[in-house]
Design a protein around this ligand. Sequence first.
Ligand code: TMP
Length: 220
Amino acid sequence: MNGLFITFEGTECSGKSTQISLLADRLRSMGRSVRMFREPGGTPIGEEIRHTLKHSAANHAMMSETELLLMNASRAQLVREVIRPALAAGEIVLCDRFHDSTIAYQGYGRQLNLKLVQQILDFAVGSTRPDLTLLLLVPHEVSEDRRLARQSTMPFMRDRIEEADRSFFELVAKGYHAIADADPQRVRPIDGTGEVNDIRATIWKLVEPFLAEKKAGQLT
Ligand code: TMP
């Protein structure tokens, strides 16, 4: 595979979506071919699974094990239907969440057995792994303030996962720190409380060396 695979991670409202769009715009302005996806979702099947996981009126009783399997069903589809073909074509793939979210949310947050979680996601993704992961970190209070501000500007849409309590999100944050500590070459923690443009510049510094190295997404 000669493309470049970059994932964005973080807790709720950490600014991932804004930064992905900014990075995609910059790469495209340089003539690079970029694909953007989100998880869960990113394919027609994955988007249906996303609705079931987050918004469906019938999802109240969902078990953590079911949540784990649905996240990875969506991911297995995304990897095979779009990510692998895009990387094989030499494109740059930017993904809003990927396998680290499962370790952080289902492994640490829901406290499922980490070995089993790892096995299931290994089955879902195989050898398709990100070259670089940008981890946006914001304290829980900032995340909550942003979430409430967002809610006040949009029509209300129930989100089962966001309904979890503070202790769940503290475990998720702990999970992300553990992931970053275990793989410091790939996973780059970034302070998500700064100015949008400063974060954008930090991200660019981390991405640029990969572009020189790989020439990924270069349109000829
Ligand atoms: P988001 O697209 O707004 O970030 O919503 C996705 C939600 O799904 C978010 O609460 C994190 C959660 N999630 C998991 O719990 N496990 C996963 O593997 C993924 C990809 C997301």
